[in-house]
Design a protein around this ligand. Structure first.
Ligand SMILES: Nc1ncnc2c1ncn2[C@@H]1O[C@H](COP(=O)(O)OP(=O)(O)O)[C@@H](O)[C@H]1O
Ligand SMILES: [Mg+2]
Length: 289
C-alpha cells in the first residue's frame, strides 16, 4: 500500500465544454479508493501555478491546448526544482503535452509512422493538396482539435475549392480502416511501461468521434503493437498515453497520441479497470521519486 498522496487534478468544470466529463471522476474515485486525497481544479478558473504544483501528483485532464499555459507550468516546475522544493509527479510533463496536443508537432516527431501530412499555410495550399491528386479523398483536420471536431473527408478537388486559402489546418492522406481505429492506453514513467488497455473503436462512419456511434472490442496486444506503443510513449514523454492508430497493409499508422485518454471506455465496455491500473502505476512511480 502506497503512502497517502495529495493529488491535484485539473479538469473542465464547465458543463457546456464537451470534453472528458466521464473519465476524470473515475480516476478521482480510483485515487480516493486507495486513500489518496484528491483536489479538483477548474480549467475555467485557473489557480496559480504554485497552487497547481502544491501536491505529490499533478494530473492534467483539461481541454487546454494553449502552449503558453504549459510553458508557464514547466517554468514554475523548474523554479521549484531549482529551489529544492518538492515537485510533484507530472501527468503529464507540460512540454511533452505541447507536442502531443498539436498534431503538426506529433507529425514531426514521428514522420515515418503518421499518414503523409502537410500543414496548410494559406500560401502553398494548392500544391500541398495536389500531392494527393490521385487519391479519391483527403482528410482535413484541425491540429489542435479532438473528438474529430473540424475533421472532414473530402475529395482533393473540393479541398482545393474549400481549403485553398485556409491556414492552421492539416491535409492528410486518407487511410481507410478495415475493422476500426485502434487505441492503446498505456502508462509510462522512466522505463516502467504498462499497457492498461488495448481496444478497437468501430464507428458507424468513416471516423470515430463526436456525432458517431461506436462499438468497442478488446484487441490482442501483439508484441509488435506493444513495442510500437512503448516507443511512442517513451519518445513522446507522456505519462498517460492514448495512442490512436489504423492498421493498413500490415503496418500500424499512427494518428495521434492523446494526453487525456478516455478511461471510461475500458472500464464500462471492456471490463478493464483502467483507472485503478493507472493509480497503481502512479503509486509505483511516486514511490521512486
Ligand atoms: N488520415 C486518416 N485516415 C483515415 N481516418 C482518419 C484519418 N485521420 C483521422 N481519421 C479518423 O478521424 C478520427 C479522429 O482523428 P484523430 O486524428 O484521431 O483526431 P481527434 O481524435 O483528435 O479528433 C480517427 O479516429 C479516425 O477515425
Ligand atoms: Mg483520435
Amino acid at each position: 500500500m502506497s503512502k497517502p498522496l495529495k493529488v491535484n487534478i485539473l479538469t473542465s468544470t464547465d458543463p457546456s465544454v464537451s470534453f472528458d466529463k466521464t473519465s476524470t471522476p473515475l480516476i478521482a474515485g480510483a485515487f480516493e479508493d486507495n486513500n489518496h486525497q484528491v483536489i479538483t481544479h477548474s480549467s475555467e478558473s485557473l489557480p496559480s501555478y504554485d497552487e497547481l504544483l502544491d501536491c505529490d501528483v499533478f494530473v492534467d485532464r483539461s481541454p487546454i491546448t494553449d502552449p503558453n499555459f504549459f510553458r508557464g507550468l514547466a517554468r514554475a516546475y523548474r523554479i521549484k526544482r531549482l529551489a529544492h522544493t518538492d515537485t510533484p509527479l507530472m501527468v503529464d510533463n507540460p512540454l511533452a503535452t505541447i507536442i502531443a496536443s498539436d498534431k503538426r508537432k506529433t507529425h514531426k516527431l514521428f514522420p515515418d509512422l503518421v499518414p503523409e501530412s502537410y500543414d496548410l499555410d494559406g500560401i502553398t495550399n494548392h500544391s500541398l493538396i495536389d500531392s494527393f491528386k490521385d487519391d479519391e479523398y483527403v482528410v482535413i483536420k484541425n491540429p489542435l482539435g479532438w473528438y474529430s471536431i473540424g475533421t472532414e473527408l473530402i475529395s482533393p478537388e473540393d479541398a482545393h475549392d474549400k481549403y485553398g486559402e485556409a491556414t492552421d489546418l492539416v491535409v492528410q492522406k486518407y487511410i481507410p480502416f478495415t475493422k476500426g481505429v485502434g487505441r492503446v492506453v498505456a502508462a509510462n514513467f522512466d522505463s516502467d511501461f504498462q499497457v492498461l488497455c488495448s481496444y478497437t473503436m468501430i464507428p458507424d462512419s468513416w471516423r470515430t468521434g463526436e456525432g458517431v456511434a461506436s462499438r468497442f472490442e478488446l484487441t490482442d496486444l501483439s508484441p509488435s503493437l506493444e513495442k510500437l506503443a512503448r516507443m511512442v510513449a517513451q519518445t513522446s514523454g507522456i505519462y498517460l498515453n492514448g495512442m490512436d492508430y489504423i492498421e493498413s497493409d500490415g503496418k500500424y499508422v499512427l494518428l495521434e497520441n492523446n494526453t487525456v485518454p478516455n478511461l471510461r471506455v475500458p472500464y464500462h465496455y471492456m471490463g478493464v479497470n483502467a483507472p485503478h491500473l493507472f493509480v497503481e502505476h502512479v503509486e509505483r512511480s511516486a514511490g521512486r521519486i
